[in-house]
Design a protein around this ligand. Sequence first.
Ligand SMILES: C[S@@+](CC[C@H](N)C(=O)[O-])C[C@H]1O[C@@H](n2cnc3c(N)ncnc32)[C@H](O)[C@@H]1O
Length: 218
Amino acid sequence: MMAKGYKGIGMEGPIARWYAASNGRAPDRYDDQVVKVREYARPGAEILEVAPGPGYLSIALARTGDYTVTGLDISETFVEIARAKAAEAGVEVDFRIGNASAMPFDDGSFDFLICCAAFKNFSDPAGALREMRRVLRPGGHGFILDLRRDPSKQAVDADVARMGLGTVSRAFTRFALRSFLPRRAYTKAQFEGLLASAGCTSYDIRQSPLTLEVEFRA
Ligand SMILES: C[S@@+](CC[C@H](N)C(=O)[O-])C[C@H]1O[C@@H](n2cnc3c(N)ncnc32)[C@H](O)[C@@H]1O
């Protein structure tokens, strides 16, 4: 049997639909990432989003009209949702089903890649990093943004407040971000170990009270 690509429960069916609806309430959550991508990716660049979930960021990037965007996610439900949302928005994004640690792309296919709020979910994180480096063109940039292992309680509460969720979703999301999700996440030192095992020597890791931002060069 093929190894499971993710930790915990897969984000399929109602879980994926709940996540898509909750995140859709605050679509400006992705604005900072669009700005970040625009710092690195010149117009005409081919961009890969690894684990886009409902696809909001990929769709926002495609909307700029400057990029060719591909999204790869292991969840069939998310890929279905993301394809429907792209069609609704009238933009083209190639959303595909696949595993971050066994990507269905040739070497050097992309100029830039981004992966948000998903890396801690991968069952083979070093394999995913190796694949990320492989599918980037030489000199291409990768950007991984995820929860840190030790987020501050205040930063979690402030982030959840910004999401504009209803009472039940807010309580669940706060619980998840304070309890089981950080246990899957990585410290800066652990991430440095993963990057080394993937042969990556050119990188920068920045921390905020909530997140770890990893920027690496292929
Ligand atoms: C919490 S969601 C984040 C979605 C989106 N990036 C966002 O910022 O809202 C985590 C995503 O990781 C995906 N995922 C988990 N393991 C994966 C793997 N091995 N390969 C590709 N996608 C994976 C899930 O299906 C899900 O879409």
